[in-house]
Design a protein around this ligand. Sequence first.
Ligand code: ADP
Length: 160
Amino acid sequence: MSKIAVYPGSFDPITNGHLDIIKRTNRIFENVVVAVFCNPNKTPLFSMEERVEMLEEAVQGFENVEVDAFEGLLTNYARQKGAQVIVRGLRAVSDFETEFQMASMNNKLDSGVETIFMMTNNRYAYLSSSIVKEVVEFGGCVQGLVPDNVVAKLEERLGG
Ligand code: ADP
């Protein structure tokens, strides 16, 4: 039985909603691999290296959490990491459709890798990387919604 879970995402940038999922996943599995996905269809604000660096700083002090980057098929990556579980977070009903499609396709590709869903913490149910970027772009404050190191990075990149 595998005790390793992969938590994949764009993390552009990491928010406290993501961090909450990482903490809770870490209580259930022995090892958590937070995997930053290189999606050729998206133009991220932060480079892969920057996203990995911000995540690494945010999970400092968490035992058994590794941050990595990957491209290609997620099921192949999970196998390569020795993980039998993919963790995804669910916020509103609107997340369900894409998550359902993705989990079904991954199950078709490799039924030995199971996707499990973690409900969002109510405090972060409305939080996404996109809304955080939008708020900073228009001069709003995102303190408490993203890790402190990320606030500074966002303001540096987007703040007027
Ligand atoms: P992706 O582009 O793969 O959706 P994201 O970085 O946006 O990557 O999200 C990664 C995962 O984290 C997804 O499963 C997403 O639903 C989940 N997630 C994002 N924000 C939150 C939040 N505030 N609460 C719970 N889960 C979240």
